[in-house]
Design a protein around this ligand. Structure first.
Ligand SMILES: C[S@@+](CC[C@H](N)C(=O)[O-])C[C@H]1O[C@@H](n2cnc3c(N)ncnc32)[C@H](O)[C@@H]1O
Length: 286
């Protein structure tokens, strides 16, 4: 699976291209001399993957997905236990340490997929899921709360990566979750992690496909999608269609400042909560 991307630009285009790539949410960027005086920019993949890099550079240069050998291995050596709300994400090869009363532990090995839990976009989703599952009317002022809450919150996780959100949702008390991804490695990791946490009977992971949402039937009281602004915009109608009446949609992977017009693409749902962490935003819509 691709863990990075390369963009070959002219020497006089480095500043422009770098600015656009940083704007897409990459967290690391290196430059090296390429053939014929070109410069090779190598970046890690932001939450929206190669698609969001392509959208950011607007077709000026091709974006090539590449596999970087030390990407995942390098992360594994520095893995740590992550806390988000009451959720403790535990990489199984590091000591868990003490767990406080009220915390729930999910053991996640992402393999080559995204979702070790530490990224701000994931932590925002975990905290939002914990709030929603504890109080389905979260994000609503008391006056606006629906008369009946979501009593049986099944969760749809779109762009599941390691499965950290789907698995955590079920461990937090959701009766079931469906997790979809375009990447077969993510599907495999999610199935492994559901098994690892003893919830594989409650987490359904359809095979990966170019349009995995089309294979999912029905609506869900809780839908979460941590897939970046470009993919969110593209999937907006399909995501809205998956939210059950009175349900909640959590959107994440939005680098600050988030696109001002993004929320409007999800009408008639409206923003009920706007959570920020380390330069990223997650929106809760109802
Ligand atoms: C940022 S990762 C999120 C992983 C995990 N849910 C988390 O919060 O840590 C985004 C995932 O979305 C997947 N993805 C990107 N576009 C998608 C689409 N259109 N439909 C489904 N999955 C998509 C990617 O393959 C990747 O695994």
């Amino acid at each position: 699976m691709a863990t990075a991307a390369e963009v070959r630009v002219g020497a006089d285009e480095v500043d422009l291209a770098s600015g656009l790539l940083w704007g897409a949410g990459v967290t690391a960027l290196s430059e090296e001399a390429g053939p014929d005086g070109a410069v090779l920019l190598r970046v890690d993949l932001p939450p929206g993957g190669v698609a969001s890099l392509e959208a950011a550079v607007g077709g000026r240069w091709p974006v090539v997905a590449v596999e970087v050998d030390d990407g995942v291995a390098g992360w594994r050596a520095h893995a740590r236990v992550v806390r988000a709300g009451p959720v403790v994400v535990h990489p199984p090869w590091v000591p868990l340490g003490e767990v406080a009363p009220g915390e729930v532990v999910v053991e996640i090995d992402p393999g080559p997929s995204f979702g070790h839990g530490a990224h701000p976009t994931t932590r925002l989703c975990l905290a939002a899921l914990a709030r929603i599952l504890a109080d389905p009317s979260d994000g609503e002022s008391p006056a606006n709360r629906p008369p009946t809450g979501v009593s049986d919150p099944a969760v749809l996780d779109v762009g599941c990566g390691s499965g950290v959100l789907a698995v955590a949702a079920v461990v937090l008390g959701a009766p079931s979750a469906v997790a979809v991804d375009v990447d077969p490695a993510a599907v495999a990791a999610t199935r492994d992690n559901a098994r690892r946490n003893g919830v594989d009977d409650r987490v359904t992971v359809p095979p990966a496909g170019a349009t995995p949402l089309t294979g999912v039937d029905g609506t869900f009281p809780v839908v979460v999608a941590n897939i970046g602004a470009a993919a969110l915009r593209e999937l907006a109608p399909a995501l809205v269609a998956r939210v059950a009446p009175g349900g909640t949609l959590v959107l994440s992977g939005l680098l600050d400042p988030r696109p001002a017009d993004l929320a409007a693409a999800f009408a008639p749902l409206a923003v009920a909560a706007d959570d920020r962490l380390d330069g990223w935003t997650a929106l809760t819509l109802r």
